[in-house]
Design a protein around this ligand. Structure first.
Ligand code: PEP
Ligand code: MG
Length: 551
């Protein structure tokens, strides 16, 4: 099914009064508000809250003061509501499209999406949607989030788009729904005639148009095999991950909400390896109170029962900004005031989170870790703040867990280099390979232009991981990995072989990762890891894994 953009004429002249036009615009925005809220609800039911947050941004654009001011000025000058509104939308979309950051550029599509929805209301047209009667591959120039969200998920087989990139919403939503997607195929893909057969392989980024019999059969076989693998992995998702030579590795989930916690259990998580607590701070107008924190932590801990839950104290800054904290604009936000640096500079704000964590602790295996630790002094200061919070809570006669493990993220190269010193002062390490890779290879994790440098399978990163695991084990500490690398099929045997005790990942990845662990003997994984430390590129590491993978 090819989704072709239909050009519409936007009326500019009107014989209605400016007041009447303003009223039409207000009514259209209200109707759009209701539609977007509905889409948000349906996406949070089928994907997750993180994906649904795309629509929070849409709701915010709808009310954007600068946008409304621009539209109103045009209407006051006698322009029709349609043209006044769309001029404002185009003005802001064009500004975003000119920004150097590809992630912000991609947000121009969101602004135009909202613009189009209100325009449809003003023109009295039904919102654009694709009538998928039979299961189909959807081909489009690009798909706006609301267009994707309006599709009947069960009838979409795959997505192919002419434009877009790995951070586009087509890619994000397709991933959340488990649909194959190939993006940035170029304009030629729009010439495809409907009813022709397409073969889409999302993992290889391959699309075959009108295949011959032999190719189609080979594809069908590959698909069948991968479906069988996924089904058997899912069937064994609740079993532990043990290698044939009986090494067990703990598989946990990275979560940001109580909904994610439910999903984690469903997919077989043995605990939470990373609770990104900054979700509590984002997407709101003022700082969360101690009671807000407490309610959120309690809900998650109750869901997880006595399984371990590692709460990471807030990691704001970098690419996560919060308006009410008044963060300064920085030239290099990833190297700037972020995470533990903010917490230590704002002790009163930090104490609120730490007290809530202690208050949530009784009856559960809550563990606490600090993000972005670069120096032992920072770790000591963070531990002292945690201790003060414990004394505060105890002084007010509130119950506390007898013991809480305290750990740190290893995501700054200095922390990996000094891991032997840090190991004496923590109960565990959790290696954040996303940041560790961007800092080790000096390649901004949000910049698509340096994306080839940021492969965490790089031997430079693997050597740091090796050193952290060795240092931790020498002091009797357990070591986990919670960056995206932990869910990377090629990296699982490497991390197993390097001696990681725990891997933590997006819930949906758990069944497949457990299946990989069951496939590799620990001895063989150790040999592989040893070889990988000696090569000189991420590509060579991946090639080694492919050559050695057990049949
Ligand atoms: C990491 O850096 O690998 C990590 C897990 O933390 P975040 O992705 O939240 O920065
Ligand atoms: Mg990080």
């Amino acid at each position: 099914m090819v989704w072709r953009d239909i050009a519409v004429a936007i009326p500019r002249a009107t014989n209605r009064s400016p007041a009447a036009e303003s009223q039409r615009l207000a009514a259209a925005r209200q109707a759009a508000y209701e539609q977007i809220s509905q889409l948000k609800a349906s996406v949070s039911a089928t994907a997750s809250l993180a994906e649904a947050a795309i629509f929070d941004a849409h709701l915010m654009f709808l009310d954007d003061a600068a946008l409304l001011e621009k539209a109103q000025a045009a209407i006051d000058a006698g322009t029709a509501a349609e043209a006044g509104w769309m001029d404002g939308i185009e003005f802001f979309a064009a500004q975003l499209a000119r920004l150097p950051d590809p992630i912000l550029q991609a947000r121009a599509a969101d602004v135009r999406d909202v613009g189009r929805r209100v325009l449809d209301q003003l023109l009295g047209r039904p919102a654009a949607s694709l009538d998928l009667r039979a299961p189909s591959v959807v081909v489009a120039r690009d798909l706006a989030p609301s267009q994707i969200a309006s599709l009947p998920v069960t009838r979409v087989l795959a997505f192919c788009t002419a434009e877009g990139g790995p951070t586009s919403h087509t890619a994000i939503l397709a991933k959340a729904w488990g649909k194959p997607a190939v993006v940035a195929l170029g304009k030629a893909v729009l010439e495809i005639t409907e009813a022709v057969q397409l073969l889409v392989d999302g993992s290889r980024g391959e699309v075959v148009i009108d295949p011959d019999e032999e190719t189609a059969q080979a594809f069908a076989l590959r698909r069948q095999q991968s479906e069988q693998l996924a089904a058997s992995a899912l069937a064994a998702a609740l079993e532990p991950a043990v290698t044939p030579d009986r090494r067990r590795i703990e598989i946990a989930a990275n979560i940001g909400s109580v909904e994610d916690a439910a999903r984690a259990l469903e997919y077989g998580a043995e605990g939470v390896g990373l609770l990104r607590t900054e979700f509590l701070y984002l997407d709101r107008q003022s700082a969360p109170t101690e009671e807000d924190h407490l309610a959120a932590y309690k809900a998650i801990l109750e869901m997880m029962g006595t399984r371990p839950v590692i709460a990471r104290t807030q990691d704001i800054g970098g690419d996560k900004t919060v308006p009410y904290l008044d963060l300064p604009k920085e030239a290099n936000p990833f190297l700037g005031w972020r995470a533990i640096r903010i917490s230590l500079d704002r002790p009163e704000v930090f104490a609120i989170q730490l007290r809530a964590l202690w208050r949530a602790s009784p009856g559960h295996d809550l563990r606490i870790m600090f993000p972005m630790i670069a120096t032992p002094d920072e770790l000591r200061a963070a531990k002292a703040a945690l201790d003060r919070a414990r004394r505060d809570v105890a002084a007010s006669n509130q119950p506390l867990a007898a013991r809480v493990q305290v750990g740190m993220m290893v995501e700054v190269p200095s922390a990996a280099v000094l891991a032997d010193q840090f190991a004496r002062e923590v109960d565990f390490f959790s290696i954040g390979t996303n940041d560790l890779t961007q800092y080790t290879l000096a390649a901004d994790r949000t910049n698509e232009r340096v994306v080839t440098l940021s492969d965490a399978c790089h031997p430079a990163v693997l050597r740091l991981i090796h050193q952290v695991v060795e240092s931790g084990h020498r002091e009797g500490r357990w070591v986990g990995v919670c960056g995206e690398l932990a869910a990377d099929a090629d990296a699982v045997p490497l991390l197993l072989g390097l001696g990681a005790d725990e891997l933590s990942m997006a819930p949906q990845r758990i069944p497949a990762v457990k299946a990989i662990v069951r496939q590799w003997s620990y001895t063989r994984a150790q040999q592989l890891a040893h070889q990988a430390l000696a090569v000189s590129s991420a590509a060579a590491v991946r090639a080694l894994v492919h050559e050695t993978t057990p049949a």
